[in-house]
Design a protein around this ligand. Structure first.
Ligand code: NAD
Length: 261
């Protein structure tokens, strides 16, 4: 599969799932706009490595997903500097865990903004160009939590269910323009975010790191194994292919059987 001549904008691609998706697209020849927060030197090193590993152009946008103006600027950057925004992956996301009655209002607002509204802003900005070119792929990194809930994650679950609704609506509106819009719904994925919590959880609970993985984190995941970022990236890549052109408005579960239970 070749993505030569295509331009992908991947939000939240300085780490984890987004970085793996960006690298998978670059490997197929797509030029990129990467985005996310983090240490400037580390981000520059990742950007330069994508260019040298795959011989593509990779630009960095520091757009904060809290700002619709900056998000529109990120899509414009792709269009003006690289010629188009053909593939949009709305992936940036954050989490916060607390009982609903104690959930800080500013955390609710932030999660709804970054995990849901940012996808709307970016989609709104990218769709006109996609419609004009009669080709586009929009992929929203949702979650198993777009389909089922867990306690103490009210904002995250609400935002991810919202992403499911946005995905289906955009799919209907763009269906006759060669554009598809789908959501990827991972279960627990092995990312730095997850990895970092394990030693602390083991210490706090007085159990082994293996027990934390199996009995705490993977309690809901029947395979008892983490999904890998490469597996999520392979699914994102497949959704951009010509073979997937009739797949639109779907929730693609990649969760080791989680929501089947
Ligand atoms: P991560 O923390 O490794 O990556 C998150 C990315 O989002 C980073 O690049 C970060 O800089 C960026 N980001 C956060 N706030 C931002 C902001 N205000 N503006 C711009 N960028 C911002 O996490 P991840 O696990 O790779 O998560 C990526 C996506 O996958 C999220 O939407 C998350 O909800 C979803 N997801 C993750 C898992 C999992 O188990 N890791 C499971 C299901 C869904």
């Amino acid at each position: 599969m070749s993505l030569k001549g295509k331009v992908a904008v991947v939000t939240g691609s300085t780490s984890g799932i987004g970085l793996a998706i960006a690298r998978a697209y670059a490997e197929q020849g797509a030029n990129l706009v990467i985005n996310g927060l983090g240490d400037a030197a580390a981000i520059e090193a990742e950007r330069a490595k994508i260019e040298s590993d795959f011989g593509v152009k990779a630009l960095y946008s520091d757009a904060n997903m809290l700002s619709h103006v900056e998000i529109e600027g990120m899509v414009k950057l792709a269009e003006t500097e690289l010629g188009s925004c053909d593939i949009l992956v709305n992936n940036a996301g954050i989490q916060y865990v607390a009982p609903v009655e104690e959930f800080p209002i500013e955390k609710w607002d932030q999660i709804i903004a970054i995990n849901l509204s940012a996808a709307f802003y970016a989609t709104r900005a990218a769709v006109p160009g996609m419609k004009a070119r009669k080709w586009g792929r929009i992929i929203n990194t949702a979650s198993a939590h777009a389909l089922v809930a867990s306690p103490f994650k009210s904002a995250y679950v609400a935002a991810k269910h919202g992403i499911a609704g946005l995905t289906k609506t955009v799919a209907l509106e763009t269906a006759t323009f060669g554009i598809t819009c789908n959501a990827i719904c991972p279960g627990y994925v092995w990312t730095p975010l997850v990895e970092k919590q394990i030693p602390d959880q083991a210490k706090a609970r007085g159990i082994s790191e293996e027990q934390v993985k199996r009995d705490v984190l993977l309690a809901a995941q029947p395979t008892k194994e983490f999904v890998t970022v490469e597996e999520v990236a392979a699914l994102a890549l497949w959704l951009t292919s010509d073979g997937a052109r009739s797949i639109t408005g779907t929730m693609q579960q990649i969760d080791g059987g989680w929501v089947a239970e």
